[in-house]
Design a protein around this ligand. Structure first.
Ligand code: SIN
Length: 282
């Protein structure tokens, strides 16, 4: 029997989980319920947790096996499955991913890989007082609500996801951005994914987008591709499909990458530090 409480955050997606201590091993019933609740709500917010890196990995394994991030300079020493997300710089060098003050980029984690990720778990250790929220978009409800004419345009279409393209765009805004190494570029050739995905567990369709990582939609001219992507992003990121999470220390947010996308919000690193740890399960 499940011992935790669940309170929806909106009428369509997101839920707050309370009455659970993830620093202790979960019983079978709570593990099964957490997976079921993630499938149902797509984003789960668990506040007031005190998690070691070992705990973080153990909780991640409820959902699958955590992946080692290709930007391995940001993985936590001794815990290769955990990647640092931070705007802190040491000696002028960022200690983690998403170091830019304005690195807003709607995406689904690891969409630059041929095998898509399923679930991410992001744990907050230093939370900024101003800015730095993570915004989640419900790509599933947004797909259901797509106007007919847009639905017809995405049907059967595929898009090229490119980490190299993402870095080129971000370097233009953030001169401190550390470029991909040759080895990292070699490991991440461009990949093609459908614009509409069928969720393997829920059977629901969702849009797979990304406003910086997508190089182009296959078979469209650059102008047509950019035009269609702009329309799709405007639809999916309308406030009615978005939950914005303001971080507090000890928050763990778990999301289904097959049913949502997300972005960081602006944060001035000279005034407000931000440090989180993320695992991503394949
Ligand atoms: C992420 O994409 O996993 C991190 C989002 C954020 O920095 O808010």
């Amino acid at each position: 029997m499940s011992r935790y409480h669940i309170d929806p955050l909106s009428s369509t997606f997101g839920a707050r989980v309370s009455g659970i201590d993830l620093s202790r091993p979960l019983n079978e019933s709570d593990s099964v319920s957490l997976v079921d609740d993630l499938m149902k709500y797509r984003v789960l917010v668990v506040r007031d947790q005190t998690l070691s890196h070992e705990d973080h990995i153990r909780v991640s394994r409820v959902f699958g096996e955590p992946e080692i991030h290709v930007q391995d300079q940001y993985t936590v020493p001794g815990f290769a499955q955990i990647v640092t997300i931070s705007n802190i710089h040491r000696n002028g060098v960022p200690i983690g991913l998403y170091d830019g003050d304005n690195e807003q980029e709607w995406h689904t984690d690891l969409s630059f890989q041929p095998a898509m990720s399923s679930v991410s778990l992001l744990y907050s250790v230093i939370a900024p007082e101003v800015g730095g929220q993570t915004r989640f978009a419900d790509t599933t409800t947004a797909y259901d609500d797509l106007p007919e004419e847009l639905a017809a345009q995405v049907d059967g279409r595929e898009a090229v996801h490119s980490l190299v393209h993402l870095f080129e765009q971000q370097a233009a805004d953030n001169p401190a951005k550390v470029p991909l190494t040759e080895a990292q570029r070699a490991k991440t050739p461009d990949v093609v994914h459908p614009l509409v995905r069928l969720h393997p567990q829920t059977g629901r369709r969702s849009l797979l987008l990304g406003d910086t990582i997508i190089r182009n939609i296959v078979g469209l001219s650059p102008a047509e591709s950019a035009g269609l992507l702009d329309q799709l992003h405007a639809h999916v990121t309308a406030e009615r499909y978005v939950y914005s999470h303001r971080w507090a220390v000890g928050d763990l947010v778990i999301w289904d990458n097959r049913a949502t996308m997300h972005t960081a919000s602006p944060c001035d690193h000279t005034r407000h530090q931000r440090l989180l740890y993320r695992t991503t399960v394949m």
